[in-house]
Design a protein around this ligand. Structure first.
Ligand code: SF4
Length: 287
């Protein structure tokens, strides 16, 4: 059986940057706090923990003083920066530049919304770290819609300025835009649709579709909490019904590979290369 690792899978530049920042500091000091999981992949988190990384919650962060804390790629709301100032916490800000640009856009959009009596809507997952950082730019007033079932949270007698979490699907975003346009009550109202989906993610959709079709069996490696992982796995499944989601090599089931001539291993933007290599190695030894 041939086993191929998808060359386009693995860390995006935002995650590479955050992990590099953590490793640099760990090399110098041997210890570092990180606000939330540095990446939605338990195996990578464990690797960094063994080097001295300590993951803390927002509650623990607010109790901390005189420490050094890393902000991961997802970014943080303004409240986090305020607490850091008050508690003499030095921040290593590894927020992804794409997320920072989006936060800035939303801040400007919020000012515009106040002037035009419009509402800010974010197409994303409620409670997700990136979304919390985005909502924080609007004094926590933005309306979050996860999918069309949330659409009635929106007031259709007001205009809408719409943004998207960076990891959402383009099709889902387009669907939200057309539904909003149809639902607005008055012709004088507008929908300003800002497609702020990260191309590091959306470009992977066509690439991984192709990869999934090229192999008999697809093993998708990702963390269970990675929204990008769940999205890309579903793309694989749509293109190849012999696609399986695993988080570690122990979850591989030899039965999946019966009559398989070619197995493809791929993953999310948060899946480390070394983990895909481990998985590929175990598969090659199966037959
Ligand atoms: S997916 Fe895009 S926005 Fe998110 S961390 Fe990676 S590069 Fe940045």
């Amino acid at each position: 059986m041939k086993v191929v690792i998808d060359p386009n899978s693995g860390f995006c530049f935002g995650v590479v940057y955050a992990i590099q920042a953590a490793e640099n500091e760990l090399e110098k000091k041997g210890t570092l706090y990180c606000l939330g999981d540095i990446v939605h992949n338990n195996m990578e988190v464990e690797r960094l923990k063994s080097k001295g990384l300590k993951i803390i919650s927002h509650e623990e962060f607010s109790q901390l003083t005189n420490a050094v804390v890393l902000i991961r790629a997802h970014g943080e709301p303004p409240e986090t920066y305020r607490i850091a100032l008050e508690n003499n916490i030095q921040l290593i800000d590894a927020s992804c530049p794409v997320v920072l640009r989006l936060q800035n856009k939303i801040r400007l959009g919020f000012d515009e919304a106040l002037k035009k009596n419009a509402q800010i809507v974010i197409y994303g997952k409620e409670g997700h770290a990136e979304v919390n950082g985005l909502v924080g730019q609007t004094d926590n007033s933005a309306i979050i819609i996860n999918d069309l079932s949330d659409i009635d949270k929106i007031d259709f007698s007001k205009s809408v300025i719409l943004f998207s979490q960076t990891t959402q699907s383009k099709d889902g975003f387009d669907e939200v835009v057309s539904t909003l346009k149809n639902k607005l009550k008055d012709k004088s109202l507008f929908v300003e649709a800002n497609d702020t989906i990260c191309r590091q993610v959306s470009n992977r959709e066509p690439q991984i579709s192709l990869f999934a079709r090229e192999h008999d069996v697809i093993i998708f490696v990702g963390g269970k909490k990675s929204s990008n992982g769940i999205f890309l796995y579903n793309v694989c499944l749509k293109n190849n019904n012999r696609s399986y989601f695993i988080s570690s090599p122990e979850e591989l089931n030899p039965v999946w590979f019966s009559k398989c001539r070619s197995a493809g291993v791929c993953g999310a933007t948060s899946t480390p290369r070394w983990l895909m290599e481990q998985v590929a190695d175990v598969i090659s030894k199966l037959h």
